[in-house]
Design a protein around this ligand. Structure first.
Ligand SMILES: [Zn+2]
Length: 167
């Protein structure tokens, strides 16, 4: 029987409860998480970086605009003073994701283990649900990740990242 992936219409934002990042000091696996609601649109929340290997820890409450709203950027490049969503880094500090590797001429990345498994289930599936919600991850996966000819290579890269996540 063919593996099937039903659309769950999850948005990238729904995986932002935890980011595995490379510690800027010791390069080991560290975490970025929120003390409270993790939505990037929730203001006044302390966002924390913590590395258990070298003990480095930082806290940051993102700035707000004049309307008391979060300043969120979906640009490809890091914008200082914003919460930056969509690149291979955490939203708040901009540290590089620990779970990233080159694959098919691109970078495959995931915020955390749950996010990685979600991508894996999608890539593994030979049958996929039609018409995902346009803002969902399913509708935004890049073509190289969706292509059947890249499936084996992408799954191999995901395997490698699963190993890293368990370090
Ligand atoms: Zn460290």
């Amino acid at each position: 029987m063919k593996k099937r992936f039903e659309n769950q219409n999850r948005m990238l934002e729904s995986f932002g409860h935890e980011f595995l990042v490379a510690c800027p000091t010791c390069k080991a696996q560290a975490k970025v998480y929120s003390l409270g609601e993790y939505s990037p649109y929730q203001t006044g929340i302390i966002r924390r970086f913590s590395c258990l290997h070298c003990g480095l820890s930082k806290e940051y409450v993102p700035k707000r605009n004049h309307y008391n709203q979060s300043i969120v950027s979906y640009s490809d490049t890091w914008v200082d003073g914003s919460i930056n969503i969509g690149g291979a880094y955490d939203w708040f500090f901009g540290y590089p994701l620990y779970l990233q590797t080159s694959c098919c001429g691109n970078i495959l990345w995931a915020y955390n283990f749950e996010h990685l498994l979600y991508i894996k289930r999608y890539v593994e599936a030979e049958l996929r649900g039609n018409y995902p919600y346009y803002l969902s991850m399913e509708s935004r996966f890049p073509l190289w990740m969706k292509s059947a000819k890249n499936r084996a290579a992408v799954l191999k890269a995901i395997d490698k990242l699963e190993g890293k996540a368990r370090e």
